[in-house]
Design a binder for this molecule. Structure first.
Ligand SMILES: [Zn+2]
Length: 120
């Protein structure tokens, strides 16, 4: 069982999930990388991460799983993470805001998350 890449995750038993394909879904791939809080991944070739590294099942919400083993498309790790994902990513029916800068994926130890703009 490959080690889960999320920082401080010591899970040894859950299903492992492959990262999104960096060639087809580079943005999702980046978000997964950010979500792990694992700085080492930034230095590894995306192709190698995709082929060799995994994230375990516990970082995905029940509603993001299609079965006990598989994930729905376009979901992101959101649980037990060392970082706070912005609300646009955490919301249900996850949709990536294309304009959302990845810098908003701040480590949990840093100040407050970006403030939500008041619409309506
Ligand atoms: Zn894990």
């Amino acid at each position: 069982m490959p080690k889960c890449q999320v920082v401080n995750c010591d899970d040894k038993n859950s299903t492992r999930h492959r990262f999104p394909n960096p060639k087809k879904n580079s943005r999702e791939f980046e978000i997964w990388i950010k979500a792990t809080g694992n700085a080492k991944l930034e230095e590894i070739e995306p192709e190698k991460i995709y082929k060799n590294l995994r994230i375990c099942h516990r970082h995905f919400r029940v509603e993001d799983r299609s079965t006990n083993m598989y994930l729905k498309p376009n979901v992101y790790p959101t649980l037990y993470l060392p970082v706070n994902l912005p609300p646009t990513i955490q919301c249900d029916k996850v949709k990536i805001n294309e304009n959302l800068p990845l810098e908003t994926l701040v480590p949990a130890v840093m100040e407050s998350p970006p403030s939500r703009p008041t619409s309506n």
